[in-house]
Write a protein that binds this ligand. Structure first.
Ligand SMILES: Cc1ncc(COP(=O)(O)O)c(C=O)c1O
Length: 464
């Protein structure tokens, strides 16, 4: 029999532990069909538990068909109780654990990770307790797919004040992150014959969302200011144009008003929508944040936002602000997908905004991100004389261009060997060959010390 690990401090009963370990042994084929297993007396003696514990576990396994008793012979693993599929099923999670363990040794400049060490745990915890005690009973049942009115009301006020978004709360549908909002918009607007005009480069997540929904993607090149409207498809109307005008990902441009106007004129002429992803615009470190495009034309622009960067991706709260004609169809799709996003979390968030804690949190985080950004910029300039930082000083990532360096697979392997992860812009590009010397470096979740160490390692890797 294979090795048992009995944990007497665990809350799981000894019988349950014996049962689970034998069952898992069978499912993963450590115990083979037809194999004789120890008698209850032997196993109890080997693992140091009472015989009754083992007896009970065996009875359960016999009742479920994993084991069979052969009279005057003993207890055997039953035929047909494991499947190749089930054995394989255990592999990915094991491999994932390995990958997780591995990832801990890297200094990971992944973009979009917020400062998880600064989540307002105490405040959130207190508000969650309040909601749990004070919310009326119906909150604990199913509610409308569009989301809690309390949150949508707060959000409509916040978006007008902070982002110049003009909407009635009824135009807002709460989603499980911007990811779900973008998936639902794609499902709603695109069909096989149409395509989506997408900024190029673009995050691989967004591109995957569009392709997964069966849409064809038409890349439109981006320069240091953002999308170039002249390059939008002149023929064949796209179902929508996807843009991140406040802080393009990854290149970091802020779309000037002239291009915003051009985009809206294009959408009007082609009779299509613009989908504006505004995922990290609260964090702008130079000048005043530019207002949303939705404020320029609320009929043509669908605005998508998220609390993943401003608070935490673990909340899974995002939203779409829709033109009136799309609301009902979008709401239905949301209902079919998952009924609604967690009402309890929405109510906590509504109180967080109403109490002024969100504004305070943003001010605090802005300071932290600005410091982290400055630390990264000064380290890059110290170690790479010709480092060129691209884009607006905003968000939680920057793009650095190191002329003369070509971030090929082989170079990236050397960087990884040094224990650091950076992300070539080419990886996000649909049209290849324009960004060979540029990498994306996220700093949101890294301390100044980690940033310093990471840049030193990068330098070492590029010199080797
Ligand atoms: C461009 C962009 N928009 C939005 C998001 C946020 O997605 P979600 O709200 O589902 O966490 C991300 C995540 O990294 C992103 O890269």
């Amino acid at each position: 029999m294979f090795l048992f690990a009995i944990n007497r401090l665990s809350e799981t009963s000894l019988t349950q532990q014996v049962y689970e370990q034998i069952r898992d042994g069978i499912l993963t084929r450590k115990l083979k069909a037809g194999e004789k297993i120890s008698s209850t007396r032997e196993l109890a003696a080997i693992i140091g538990v009472s015989r009754n514990v083992v007896l009970e576990a065996y009875e359960q396994l016999i009742a479920e068909g994993y084991l069979e008793v052969r009279p005057r012979s003993g207890t055997y693993v039953a035929q047909g109780s494991s499947l190749q599929m089930i054995a394989d099923y255990f592999k990915p999670s094991f491999q994932k654990e390995e990958a997780c363990r591995e990832s801990h040794v890297y200094i990971d400049f992944k973009a979009g990770n917020p400062a998880m060490d600064h989540f307002p745990r105490d405040k959130w915890g207190r508000l969650a307790k309040e909601v749990c005690h004070e919310a009326p009973e119906q909150v604990f049942g199913y509610t409308g797919a569009e989301g809690a009115p309390e949150l949508r009301n707060e959000l409509a006020r916040y978006l007008l004040r902070a982002r110049g978004v003009r909407c009635h709360p009824n135009q807002i549908v709460i989603t499980s992150g911007a990811t779900q909002a973008l998936h639902l918009i794609t499902e709603l607007l695109s069909c096989e014959e149409t395509h989506i005009a997408v900024e190029d480069p673009v995050t691989d997540e967004m591109r995957t969302i569009f392709s997964y929904a069966g849409a064809k993607v038409h890349p439109v090149r981006v320069d240091e200011k953002g999308i170039i409207p002249e390059l939008l498809p002149a023929e064949g109307k796209p179902s929508f144009v996807f843009v991140i005008p406040s802080h393009q990902f990854p290149l970091g441009g802020t779309l000037p008003i002239q291009r915003r106007v051009q985009l809206i004129e294009y959408a009007r002429k082609m009779d299509c929508f613009i989908v504006e992803d505004d995922y990290d615009s609260e964090f702008t470190y130079e000048g005043v944040p530019v207002h949303s495009m939705q404020g320029l034309d609320s009929e043509r622009v669908i605005y998508v936002g998220t609390f993943s960067k401003i608070l935490s991706p673990a909340l899974r709260i995002g939203y779409a602000v829709l033109p009136p004609d799309l609301i009902e169809r979008f709401r239905k799709l949301k209902w079919f997908t998952d009924r609604h996003t967690s009402t309890l979390e929405q109510l906590v968030l509504a109180r967080f905004i109403e109490g002024g804690y969100l504004d305070r949190h943003v001010r605090r985080m802005k300071k932290i991100y600005r410091e982290r950004r400055e630390a990264l910029v000064s380290c890059l300039q110290k170690h790479f004389a010709d480092a060129k930082i691209l884009g607006q000083a905003a968000g939680m990532h920057l793009v650095v261009e190191l002329s003369g360096v070509h971030f090929t697979e082989e170079v990236m392997e050397r960087v990884k060997e040094q224990g650091v992860m950076v992300y070539p812009v080419e990886r996000y590009a649909l049209q290849k060959g324009f960004h060979n010397s540029q990498i994306v470096m996220g700093y949101g979740s890294l301390t100044a010390e980690a940033i310093e160490k990471g840049v030193e390692k990068l330098k070492k890797a590029l010199e080797s």
